[in-house]
Design a protein around this ligand. Structure first.
Ligand code: TXE
Length: 479
């Protein structure tokens, strides 16, 4: 497979070489890869700008065919690429396979969007006037992505960007270059014209400013502080921006819940993906009436979970992505203890036959929702538990956090479910389902500070990747 930078239709092999580490086994390096320079970003932006009018003029069906080919290949190679992702990022093979399939389906969805991007025709307000409202591409889109979903986040940004006639400069996470090479290689073989799609690798802090200066719009997913810096830089230049940032999702366990289902929802929501999801169910708010029974079962489920090498089929929870993230997770467990939290289970570093970043999923009982463990995103297999007397108090706790991404409730009471839905501040709500692992055909994203700018995914993606044009035609012969 090709690797390096992909600029103007050519693979370039220069720059600093950086090792790509397998978090399940640090003695199994995936290889070295290149970090580019600011000059590479400028060259990529220039190539994307030169190619954009031509790409926008390509017939929608031809754009659709290209995206469909990429989707087809992702689906056909789900097994192989799921393993690659497991090796590179540390998610389990099953999760990796699922993410590749999801990415293929996203490309198919946006292939369809190329021919569904209808405008509006309406009579004007004056005699003889008609108006058409059409949607045009924005131009060159800078795509900046994190490591936790190394194929599906790029897919849900790159596929709509290309579908609606934009060109792309893609800057993936430093930790997951191979997934980016795979996608670039597929786009190249699917026939993407030179300059329409470009890949630059490297340190975001160094390359980010040139990307923001050069592109017409930036779509970003990552941490809150970096997102805020990106938003501030784009605002100064009045550029379109979309930022998907952190979360601290509250999951309410209602007294009427179906207990086994609620335990599984909480377990998967908090710990699948090794808890490294912005939508992870990281605060579990349990009504007193079911607290003891729920916690007994959840702690047993955690103790029974299979934590290990991501490439082993039986593994349920893979390693944390790297040493830095592991240190951060352990640091938050210490902070929680200092602030009065009690570790009910997990939280220790695990020895495995391979040297990796293994952490036992951790549950921390807390009484103070203002504690840092309840207010700050950890981004690891670390969840807290809070108690509530009744639904009102549970909803108040769920909402008492500055993030507003997702939230959920486990209940069999229709009124409780609807009350929670209508009163939750979060942008996405689940009932009897984890707060993470959401669908791609409906809007995805949070209210500030979890998100900024138009939502992603589904047809909502048009809001970011297109600009409206209203055209007035006067056929009356007079004014
Ligand atoms: O994120 P960053 P990192 C959180 C999570 C994690 C922490 C750090 O808590 O522990 O962030 O992870 C690029 N201009 N999340 O360092 O820094 C960077 O190269 C432009 C939560 O990976 O936000 C990468 O491609 N770009 C989150 C991307 O931004 C810049 C998912 C994300 O990096 C840049 C990931 C700059 N100045 C991490 N600096 C979620 N909630 O989904 C960096 N980048």
């Amino acid at each position: 497979m090709a690797s390096g930078l992909f600029i103007g239709g050519r693979w370039l092999d220069h720059g600093t070489r950086v090792a790509n580490i397998n978090p399940s086994d640090t003695l199994d390096p995936l290889g070295d890869y290149n970090w580019g320079t600011v000059a590479d970003v400028e060259a990529a932006v220039a190539a994307a700008r030169a190619a954009q009018p031509g790409w926008a003029a390509v017939l929608p069906e031809a754009r659709a065919r290209l995206l469909r080919r990429v989707g087809d290949e992702l689906l056909a190679r789900a097994d192989e690429l799921g393993r690659l992702m497991a090796r590179e990022q540390g998610k389990t093979v099953r999760e990796g396979r699922g993410e590749v399939i999801r990415s293929g389906e996203i490309f198919h969805f946006f292939a369809g969007e190329t021919v569904r991007n209808h405008g509006v025709f309406t009579p004007g307000l004056r005699e003889g006037f008609t108006i058409t409202v059409s949607q045009e591409p924005v131009g060159v889109i800078g795509v900046i992505t994190p490591w936790n979903l190394p194929l599906s986040i790029p897919a849900w940004k790159i596929a709509p960007a290309l579908a609606y006639g934009n060109t792309v400069v893609f800057k993936p996470s430093e930790l997951t270059p191979d997934c980016a090479f795979v996608l670039t290689d597929m786009l190249e073989r699917a026939g993407v014209p030179a300059g329409v799609f470009n890949l630059v690798m490297g340190n975001g802090r160094d390359l980010g400013p040139a990307l923001i200066d050069g592109c017409d719009a930036i779509t970003f997913t990552g941490s809150g502080p970096t997102g805020a810096a990106v938003v501030a830089a784009t605002a100064g230049q009045m550029k379109k921006v979309q930022a998907e940032l952190g979360g601290k999702s509250g999951l309410v366990i209602d007294k009427t819940c179906e207990l086994d289902l609620a335990v599984e929802v909480a377990f998967q929501g908090a710990f699948h993906g090794t808890g490294q999801r912005c939508t992870a169910s990281s605060r579990i708010i349990v009504l007193d009436a079911v607290r003891d029974a729920f916690l007994d079962k959840l702690l047993k489920r955690m103790a029974d979970s299979r934590i290990g090498h991501a490439l082993e089929e039986a593994t349920e929870i893979g390693p944390v992505v790297d040493q830095r993230q592991l240190d951060k997770d352990l640091g938050y467990i210490d902070i929680a203890r200092t602030e009065g939290g009690e570790v009910l289970g997990g939280g220790s570093v695990l020895e495995r036959p391979h040297a990796g970043f293994y952490l036992a999923p951790c549950l921390i009982a807390t009484t103070n929702n203002g504690a840092r463990i309840n207010q700050e995103e950890v981004f690891g297999p670390v969840a807290s538990v809070l108690a509530a007397h009744d639904l009102d108090e549970a909803i108040a706790i769920a909402n008492d956090v500055h993030y507003a991404l997702s939230s959920g409730i486990c209940t069999t009471d229709l009124i409780a479910a609807e009350t929670f839905r209508s009163r939750s501040r979060a942008a996405m709500v689940t009932v009897n389902a984890p707060t993470a692992g959401l669908d791609f055909h409906v809007p995805f994203g949070g209210r500030a500070p979890s998100g900024y700018g138009p939502r992603e995914q589904g047809i909502a993606a048009r809001e970011f990747y297109c600009e409206y044009k209203s055209t007035y035609v006067n056929v009356s012969g007079h004014l």
